[in-house]
Design a binder for this molecule. Structure first.
Ligand SMILES: Cc1cc2nc3c(=O)[nH]c(=O)nc-3n(C[C@H](O)[C@H](O)[C@H](O)COP(=O)(O)O)c2cc1C
Length: 190
């Protein structure tokens, strides 16, 4: 079972990392987890060059390995902190670069047709997450339509400016990690 994690936090020991560790701890030993650290990758922002309008390619090559992982994954985890009611900048850059798959779908050449791989959202916010949770879920729902995933579960840790994610949220993350594996069909590859 191949699980691809998009880690959108720059802090290795932060709140988001804590939720992610809890979710991964709940997974069976045969889960092959590949973490894409978006603050290391720093995807180039989409420049709307139009290159992907006519061909299955991008003018930037920095997401070549990510593209291979996307096409092989059986399931996904998005581990994200809320920044300004949205996702952090490198995550937004990645979502914009998914335009390539939107264009494929527009041309009727989509690689992820009818593909509904499960995705778990782990989200942390310093405050209540008002608006942000809905905004981020909408952003991921939209991306999932082109990239072949469906948000199957969300675990949200609020008020992290006051306190790190509490035991109940960490337990919910562990259970969600387990559920993700149970709901995953193994062997997806494009
Ligand atoms: C640049 C920046 C913007 C933020 N914007 C918001 C926000 O709009 N709403 C909110 O509730 N928290 C906001 N926060 C707080 C983070 O969401 C929160 O501290 C989160 O748990 C950080 O995750 P981390 O520990 O993995 O870095 C912001 C933090 C930073 C650094």
């Amino acid at each position: 079972m191949k699980i691809v994690v998009f880690n959108g936090s720059p802090r290795a020991d932060g709140n988001t990392a804590g939720l992610l560790q809890a979710a991964l701890a709940g997974m069976p030993a045969d889960a092959q987890v590949q973490v894409i650290d978006l603050y290391s990758l720093l995807p180039m922002p989409c420049t709307a060059c139009g290159c992907c309008k006519t061909q299955d390619t991008c003018m930037f090559s920095d997401l070549s390995e990510t593209d291979v992982l996307l096409r092989r994954a059986d399931a996904f985890i998005w581990a994200l902190p809320v920044y300004n009611y949205s996702v952090p900048a490198p995550v937004k850059a990645l979502l914009d670069r998914f335009q390539r798959y939107y264009e494929l779908k527009e041309r009727g050449e989509e690689v992820f047709a009818d593909c509904k791989r499960p995705a778990l959202l782990l989200l942390t916010a310093g405050r209540t997450g008002l608006y942000a949770v809905d905004i981020i879920k909408k952003q991921l729902d939209n991306a999932g339509r082109y990239v072949g995933f469906v948000l199957s579960d969300t675990v949200f840790a609020a008020e992290t400016d006051k306190t790190a994610p509490q035991d109940a949220v960490l337990k919910a993350a562990a259970e969600a990690g387990m559920r993700l594996c149970q709901n995953t069909q193994v062997g997806y590859e494009k």
